[in-house]
Design a protein around this ligand. Structure first.
Ligand SMILES: Nc1ncnc2c1ncn2[C@@H]1O[C@H](COP(=O)(O)OP(=O)(O)OP(=O)(O)O)[C@@H](O)[C@H]1O
Ligand SMILES: [Mg+2]
Length: 320
């Protein structure tokens, strides 16, 4: 089923072979996106946000394996693409800002060269010609280009590295930008600056964006729609306003209740129980051991992500 005009991820399953056993990391992820749309992906650590993003980039490597599903981007299934085909998509039509900005940069090349190389690769122009655009790219993200081009990755602060990553990701003018926790390594004031910058740039560039964050507040402020993940599944998707005002899934409700409200004396509620071990995940709905509404069906059947109100999807037996 094609639900988005740009991207449709369907039934995506990813496992990791480890000494502890097989980690069933993604359990049939459903996700879709329209052109120029901003989608937030939120959820607790380990729920599969980065693995979903890396799958879209086809960057899942050993011991990981994509075992099922489809990722239709602009009409083509990326999972059926050869490495050569994928090379024409990755860093050109889809670019990604990684969770660890300093680690994602190459340690042996200067920043200026890395940006030039990225532009050169994406447009098929020479590195020398690409250099002409480096200055503009760095200025766009608020960096002093003269001071920055000759630095190595380890000489950048976290905030600078993140800006360089954004400059590189946007210089290629991708149709889809995936930003994986672009601010989590940064302090709060720089976080706000980076989000503002990203906002400005994607508005100008008209790219679609997937913003991955563990912060529901950031996601709903920045995005049109928010997808909530739990233990390897997207369990609810709705507009940013609706996910806050009328959450349906018991997990989403718990997440929202656990956000402390400044100025109001609202206790941090949290959700009882722990995130399941994905080597031996719960049967049926993976949330059932933590759910206060659990009933028989939840133990045996995985609920599918179903549209229960216009543009509001939920995977929960309470609504099916
Ligand atoms: N290279 C790997 N080897 C083994 N297991 C992995 C690997 N990468 C991810 N996993 C497992 O896959 C699951 C999903 O991980 P993922 O990194 O997508 O979580 P996340 O939602 O991005 O979490 P975080 O908020 O901490 O970034 C986890 O159980 C994790 O342990
Ligand atoms: Mg992650």
């Amino acid at each position: 089923m094609e639900r988005g005009s740009l991207l449709n991820v369907s039934g995506l399953r990813v496992i990791f072979h480890t000494y502890r056993g097989t980690i069933k990391a993604l359990n049939g992820v459903e996700l879709w996106l329209n052109e120029e749309e901003r989608l937030g992906i939120v959820g607790e650590t380990g729920c599969g946000k980065s693995v979903t993003a890396l799958s879209i980039m086809r960057l899942i490597e050993q011991p990981g394996e994509i075992i099922d599903g489809s990722i239709i981007f602009a009409g083509h299934d990326l999972l059926k693409f050869s490495e050569d085909d994928m090379d024409k998509i990755r860093g050109k039509q889809i670019s990604m800002i990684f969770q660890e900005p300093v680690a994602a940069l190459n340690p042996v090349f200067k920043v200026g060269f890395q940006i030039a190389e990225t532009i050169s690769h994406s447009r098929g122009i020479s590195v020398k010609d690409a250099y002409a655009e480096v200055k503009e790219s760095l200025e766009m993200v608020g960096l002093d280009w003269q001071r920055t081009i000759d630095l190595y990755a380890h000489e950048l602060s976290g905030g600078m590295a993140q800006r360089v990553m954004i400059a590189m990701a946007l210089a290629v003018k991708p149709k889809l930008l995936i930003a994986d926790e672009p601010t989590s390594a940064l302090d709060v004031t720089i976080q706000a600056q980076i989000l503002e910058l990203l906002d400005k740039l994607v508005t100008v560039g008209k790219n679609a964006v997937i913003l991955i964050t563990h912060d529901l507040g950031i996601a709903s402020e920045f995005c049109d729609r928010v997808a909530v993940m739990y233990a390897g599944n997207v369990i609810e998707v709705a507009s940013s306003a609706e996910i806050f005002d009328q959450p349906l899934h018991p997990y989403t409700k718990g997440l929202i209740e656990s956000i402390p409200v400044i100025g109001k004396s609202r206790e941090l509620v949290g959700i009882p129980g722990v995130v399941p071990d994905l080597v031996d995940p719960p049967t049926g709905c993976r949330f059932h051991p933590r759910c206060k509404h659990v009933f028989d069906k939840c133990y045996s059947d995985l609920p599918s992500l179903t549209e229960v109100k216009p543009n509001h999807h939920v995977a929960c037996h309470l609504y099916q």
